[in-house]
Ligand binder design. Structure first.
Ligand code: FAD
Length: 417
């Protein structure tokens, strides 16, 4: 046996920084795979791990957090030796022989292995009197601002979260306006052509969508647009994206964009390769994938399933499945939306089915390689897309060269032809 083929030596102890989904799943995976060393957790919000997707989807009908202990059955306090839910990490000092010292207001914590799982934070616009939605406390504040008699909500940004909040608020009888600077909703994620297919959903849900809208400022009178329009509002939500929560790292790690770059084993990549005893997973990380290139965090599935892969590599356990494809789910204005893969803006895109009808599917490709599939209101195509992306490499389909050539109406039929 060479040193390359020897099983890795388990670290003496593990410190998980963060107390969200990726952190909880990391601790649970460590114990599931038999790790019996010391595990400590540092959190920042003073709350047990909870699920973020319901914060928008159930903003008005679920006033308490959805605890992950109930949903996933993992009890963080039973699994970890020490849990500090309100002791945020302030600094990181990587150690040459592995692991790091993490600085907190109550003193330094040293560990042989440190897992960064600090997630993301919502982007706020300095000077705007507007809310963001990322935490349970944010959801409490927004809910309180939307009481009967205070019904006017303006949402800035027609992305995943803006559309979700607009839909639930309109369904509850609020007057909702969504302002989007681009020409179409979801333009960043889906591109203008496919994003535009979701625009009619707004009017159908009773939401006033204004695209190409440039917001100048938000003050206590509401939203002022660059063209002079004034929109009075009882609450303004800015939903223009999230950024990895890496501010506390200072200059200690080379970041990619704002995220911590990791390899397929979730090892943090320094200038000269993986840093010993330093791992990152979930929204805070951007993962190098042989199949998809750089895969950003930002979606639940990566925080849910990445930790098991991380722990298997850390402890030398075999992987039990190919790398999962990037996967996003959302409920947008009454429509179920599921996205697989990571298409790039230059990829060709085709629509299967009638986008004004009951359900449809968009397929992105580069040559004969399928790079992404979006499924709207079609559970059976979700299954087909999942099977398509379950292989070790990107799927290939014998598609007509001319994107205007008609294709079958759904992905299931296309895969049979
Ligand atoms: P987080 O859940 O952000 O957890 C990170 C934790 O680290 C937080 O508790 C934070 O307080 C803590 N922390 C931060 N800094 C520090 C520090 N310095 N020290 C210690 N602790 C720290 N994804 C989907 O795929 N589909 C959806 O429909 C969907 N809906 C969403 C709706 C909303 C409103 C939001 C906000 C997100 C949604 N997401 C969705 C994204 C999904 O929730 C995230 O991808 C997932 O929560 C990431 O988990 P995480 O553990 O990496 O990060």
């Amino acid at each position: 046996m060479t040193s390359d083929t020897l099983p890795p030596v388990p670290p003496a102890d593990v410190l998980v920084v963060g107390a969200g989904l990726a952190a909880l799943r990391t601790v649970a995976a460590l114990r599931d795979h038999g790790y019996d060393g010391r595990v400590r957790v540092l959190g920042a919000e003073g709350l047990a791990p909870y699920d973020r997707p319901p914060l928008s989807k159930h903003l008005l009908d679920r006033p308490s957090p959805t605890w992950l202990a109930d949903d996933l059955g993992h009890d963080l306090h039973a699994l970890a030796d020490e849990v500090h839910l309100a002791r945020p990490a302030r600094r990181l000092h990587p150690l040459a022989d592995g692991g790091a010292v993490v600085g907190t207001d109550e003193g330094d914590v040293r560990a042989a292995c440190v897992v960064l799982a600090t997630g993301a934070h919502a982007v706020a616009v300095p000077g705007w009197q507007a809310r963001t939605l990322h935490t349970a406390a944010d959801a409490d504040g927004l809910r309180a601002a939307l009481t009967p008699g205070r019904r006017r909500l303006v949402v800035v940004g027609a992305g995943w979260i803006g559309a979700e909040v607009a839909g639930v608020a309109a369904a509850a009888g609020h007057d909702v306006t969504v302002l989007e600077a681009r020409d179409a909703p979801l333009g960043t994620a889906l591109g203008a052509r496919i994003g535009a297919l979701t625009a009619p959903w707004y009017a159908a849900a009773g939401v006033d969508l204004r695209t190409g809208a440039q917001v100048d400022r938000v003050d206590d009178e509401g939203v002022h647009l660059a063209d002079g329009t004034h929109l009075p509002a009882d609450a303004v939500l800015v939903a223009v994206g999230a950024l990895p929560a890496t501010g506390w790292l200072g200059e200690t790690l080379p970041l990619r964009g704002r995220a911590v770059p990791v390899d397929a084993s979730y090892r943090v990549l320094g200038a000269a390769g993986p840093l010993p005893g330093l791992l990152a997973v979930g929204d805070v990380a951007v993962r190098r994938s042989a199949r998809h290139g750089w895969v950003p965090g930002g979606h639940w599935d990566e925080a849910m399933h990445g930790p098991d892969v991380l722990v298997r590599h850390l402890l030398g356990r075999p992987l039990d499945r190919p790398e999962p494809a990037p996967y996003v789910f959302s409920t947008q204005l009454g429509h179920d939306v599921t996205m697989f893969g990571l298409p790039s803006p230059d990829d060709a895109v085709r629509v299967l089915g009638d986008p004004t009808g009951a359900g449809w599917t968009a397929l992105w490709s580069r040559g004969d390689v399928v790079t992404g599939v979006l499924v709207v209101d079609r559970p059976r195509d979700v299954g087909a897309a999942r099977r398509l992306f379950a292989r070790a490499d990107l799927p290939r389909l014998d598609l007509p060269r001319d994107p205007a050539t008609p294709l079958p109406d759904d992905l299931r039929t296309l895969l049979r032809t």
